[in-house]
Design a protein around this ligand. Structure first.
Ligand SMILES: [Zn+2]
Ligand SMILES: [Zn+2]
Ligand SMILES: [Zn+2]
Length: 258
C-alpha cells in the first residue's frame, strides 16, 4: 500500500504558559538547556507537496519564522483554547503572498469559538488586510489535504471534545485526559504517536506523565513523543533519562520522518 511520506516538525511543546513561564524562577524556567524552552504546542505536517499546521498558538508567527516556513496549505484546529488559536491573525502573511484565503478545518465547537473570538474576520463589512479564511466545519469523516490523508477523531479534555488527528501512520493528540474505546481502536497500528503529558501530579484535563506512558503501552505503539509539557514536569534531560524504551519527551525543533 502506498502511503505518503511525512515530515513532522514540533513547533512548540509547552503547556499554555509556555516555558519559561513569565516571572518564574524555578529550575526548569531558568535552565540554559534549549530543550527546556518550550513555545505553545503545535506541529507542522509536510509532504513533498503539502504543508499543514495543527493549531495557531500565541507563538505562531515566531514558530513560522524560526523554521523559515514559506508555504502553508491549511490549518487544522484541535480545540478552541486560547493557547491553540490565538495566533490565527498571522495567517495574513500567507494570504498576502499566496494570494488566496487560508483553508481552516475545525470541529463545530471550535468553529463557533473562532467566529466569536475573531469576529472581525467573519464580519459582513471587512476591514482591508484582515485574515482571509475558508472555514470548514468538519466531523470525523476522513479527508485529504493535498496528498496528506487526515483522519480526525474526538478525545476528551475534561468535558471538552478535542480533535486528535491520524495522518497515515502518525497520530497527534494534544490536550486530552480520556480516550474512548472506539478511538483507541482507530489509533492502534500507528507507528508514532504524540500525546500530551503535562506533569506528574493529577490534572483535571490532561494526562499525567504516567498516564501517558500507560496509554502508549496499552495501545502498543512502538514510538511515542510527549508534548504540552509544564515546567512542573522537570528538566528535559532528567525526565527523558527515566522514560521507558521507545518513549521520549518532545522538544521544540524536533523533526520526525514517518
Ligand atoms: Zn493547550
Ligand atoms: Zn517555572
Ligand atoms: Zn486545552
Amino acid at each position: 500500500m502506498h502511503s505518503t511520506k511525512l515530515k513532522i516538525t514540533f513547533l512548540g511543546t509547552g503547556t499554555s504558559t509556555g516555558i519559561p513561564m513569565i516571572g518564574c524562577t524555578c529550575a526548569v524556567c531558568t535552565s540554559t538547556d534549549p530543550k527546556d524552552k518550550r513555545l505553545r504546542s503545535s506541529i507542522l505536517v509536510e509532504s513533498l507537496t503539502t504543508t499543514i499546521v495543527v493549531d495557531t498558538t500565541p507563538d505562531f508567527r515566531y514558530q513560522m519564522l524560526r523554521i523559515h516556513n514559506t508555504k502553508m496549505d491549511a490549518v487544522l484546529f484541535t480545540h478552541p483554547h486560547k493557547d491553540h488559536i490565538a495566533g490565527l491573525d498571522d495567517i495574513r502573511a500567507y494570504n498576502f503572498f499566496q494570494h488566496k484565503p487560508m483553508d481552516v478545518y475545525a470541529n463545530a465547537l471550535t468553529a463557533e469559538a473562532l467566529k466569536r473570538e475573531f469576529a472581525y474576520v467573519f464580519a459582513d463589512k471587512k476591514y482591508p488586510g484582515i485574515p482571509q479564511i475558508n472555514l470548514h466545519t468538519i466531523d470525523e469523516t476522513p479527508f485529504n489535504i493535498g496528498d496528506i490523508p487526515v483522519q480526525p477523531f474526538t478525545v476528551w479534555h475534561h468535558k471538552m471534545p478535542v480533535f486528535g488527528f491520524r495522518f497515515g501512520k502518525f497520530t497527534y493528540i494534544t490536550d486530552a485526559n480520556r480516550i474512548d474505546k472506539p478511538v483507541k481502536k482507530l489509533i492502534k497500528g500507528s507507528d508514532v504517536i504524540v500525546l500530551n503529558a503535562l506533569r506528574n501530579e493529577q490534572h483535571i484535563a490532561h494526562f499525567t506523565l504516567q498516564e501517558a506512558i500507560n496509554l502508549v503501552h496499552e495501545l502498543a505503539i512502538p514510538k511515542a513523543y510527549f508534548t504540552h509539557i509544564s515546567h512542573q514536569l522537570g528538566k528535559h534531560n532528567e525526565v527523558e533519562s527515566l522514560l521507558p524504551p521507545g518513549i521520549h519527551l518532545g522538544y521544540d525543533g524536533l523533526v520526525l520522518h514517518v
